[in-house]
Design a protein around this ligand. Structure first.
Ligand SMILES: Cc1cc2nc3c(=O)[nH]c(=O)nc-3n(C[C@H](O)[C@H](O)[C@H](O)COP(=O)(O)O)c2cc1C
Length: 176
């Protein structure tokens, strides 16, 4: 049975890559906004929605953040969206388990939604986990109760890499 929606989603999932070479032109604000507006529909425990997005477009600020991010090996001029968790909000709305453990899961889920949407728009992304939380928090004057979890680069790809290999399904799945 053909299922165009499944085929379209499968194509986006299969073809998305972590992009580490970007063009100099940044994506327009409206496009980033459209992607983040849709990403709000990601699921979260208790529907807590503790994710907060700080979109950095300023070149000097991007350079400053990059200086504290060993995982930022990408070249070019993408925007960087810092995905933080408002952990105070998470505690209030979802309780301790969410505020202490699940906030990382939430950031990962919303990050993947962003990267798939961005790919579908012809944009490239790269998630960066290797960065100084403290430095980013200070540089961007983030509220005390926010914890930056991921940096998400979003820009026009200059180069799409070959897909890194995936483990075969039968090594990942057991059926009971
Ligand atoms: C949680 C997480 C953290 C990552 N951190 C970094 C990073 O710090 N720097 C980087 O260049 N790529 C980072 N990546 C990208 C991975 O290296 C990449 O997803 C993986 O090699 C598979 O390649 P693909 O995304 O092109 O399929 C990260 C990915 C995830 C999901």
């Amino acid at each position: 049975m053909t299922c165009p929606l499944f085929d379209a989603v499968a194509k986006v999932v299969r073809e998305r890559r972590s992009i580490r070479e970007y063009m100099d032109e940044q994506p327009p604000k409206e496009v980033i906004e459209e992607i983040l507006d849709l990403a709000r529909w990601s699921p979260s425990g208790n529907n807590v929605q503790d994710w907060r997005f700080t979109v950095v477009r300023d070149k000097n600020m991007l350079e400053a953040i990059k200086a504290f991010s060993p995982g930022w090996i990408a070249s070019g001029n993408p925007v960087a969206t810092i995905i933080s968790s408002d952990r105070e909000w998470a505690l209030k709305k979802g309780g301790r388990h969410i505020a202490e453990y699940l906030y990382y899961v939430h950031a990962g889920i919303v990050a993947q939604t962003i990267s798939l949407l961005a790919h579908a728009k012809g944009l490239g992304t790269c998630m960066i986990a290797s960065f100084s939380r403290e430095a980013v928090k200070t540089l961007l004057s983030l509220p005390e109760n926010w914890e930056p979890v991921l940096i998400m680069l979003v820009g026009y790809p200059r180069n799409a890499p070959q897909p890194p290999p995936r483990l075969p399904l039968d090594e990942l799945v057991t059926w009971r």
